[in-house]
Design a protein around this ligand. Structure first.
Ligand code: SF4
Ligand code: SF4
Length: 269
């Protein structure tokens, strides 16, 4: 069943027209990485300590939950390359991926829920749940009731980074998704790496390339200034570019391109 499910995710990403730019044949995303983690894994309770009690466990989201399925949708090389030359604002392809690629990611969540339900299992996509909330003022700053990054870390798909993203074996430029189900599946996650193991700054004090890429100085050796980043991305860039690019959300991603972790885990080079 594990293989069938992973193949279905890969097939959907490869074949669905929603994973294509409106004006050309190119995909938003390359072949996904998929990870499975038990809903009983102690990490979910640890998250309620580390992030806050508002972060939901799989069991709270879906009583009887057995497995969390998490995936990484790597952004294609041509889109990443288009963003590498940018210094102030994202490229059009990056912004289209942020807006329309994300719609496709929501379709993938819905598809997987339906696929599991058709086979007699209960399933839910936490980020599409009406109770999902982003909270502006928590002890850890802006946070949500279900973090796709934390789900992906739990599933062994990557580690956190200086710029507050997730470095996976396919790099840091991606979108993430997850579904919770009562279908028991064999976890793919073995021994997890340390929380920041794949980021060169934490690994050996080097790099810091993402610091210089940020046009509003929202990253430093001390970490990521989420409010400053959020104002630039969701207010300034939207005002500047949304109409020109014909997208509702532009994203930014400058700190995820032209950096050593853009397309790989730089620590295992
Ligand atoms: S650019 Fe360097 S310091 Fe920044 S997240 Fe990537 S590996 Fe870490
Ligand atoms: S997404 Fe953009 S604004 Fe936010 S930290 Fe990265 S480069 Fe800076």
């Amino acid at each position: 069943m594990e293989e069938l499910l992973c193949s279905e995710i890969v097939r959907f990403v490869r074949e669905e027209p929603g994973n294509r730019f409106p004006d050309r044949e190119q995909h938003y995303f390359d072949q996904p990485l998929v990870g499975l983690v038990s809903a009983d894994d102690p990490i979910w309770l640890q998250y309620q300590q580390v992030i806050g009690p508002f972060h939901r466990t799989p069991e709270q989201l879906l009583p009887g939950a057995a497995t969390v399925i998490s995936w990484v949708l790597p952004i294609t090389r041509s889109t990443r390359e288009s963003n590498r030359s940018q210094t102030e604002v994202p490229s059009r392809a990056w912004s289209q991926t942020r807006s329309f690629g994300d719609r496709f990611n929501a379709d993938l969540r819905r598809h997987l829920v339906a696929w599991l339900q058709q086979r007699g299992h209960r399933a839910l996509a936490p980020q599409l749940d009406p109770n999902w909330q982003e909270l502006a003022d928590t002890p850890v700053g802006i946070a949500s009731t279900w973090s796709e990054r934390h789900a992906a870390y739990a599933a062994g798909l990557g580690t956190f980074s200086l710029n507050d993203a997730l470095i996976t074996p396919r790099g840091i430029a991606h979108r993430l998704g997850s579904v919770v189900t009562d279908l028991p599946l064999v976890p793919t996650v073995g021994e997890r790496p340390g929380v920041y193991d794949y980021c060169l700054h934490y690994h050996n004090g080097s790099c810091g390339a993402c610091i210089g890429r940020c046009p509003v100085a929202a990253i430093s050796r001390q970490g990521h200034d989420k409010p400053r980043c959020g104002i630039y991305v969701y207010t300034t860039l939207t005002g500047l570019l949304a109409e020109r690019y014909q997208v509702p959300i532009t994203g930014c991603g400058l700190c995820q391109t032209r950096v050593p972790c853009e397309e790989r885990n730089p620590v295992t080079r």
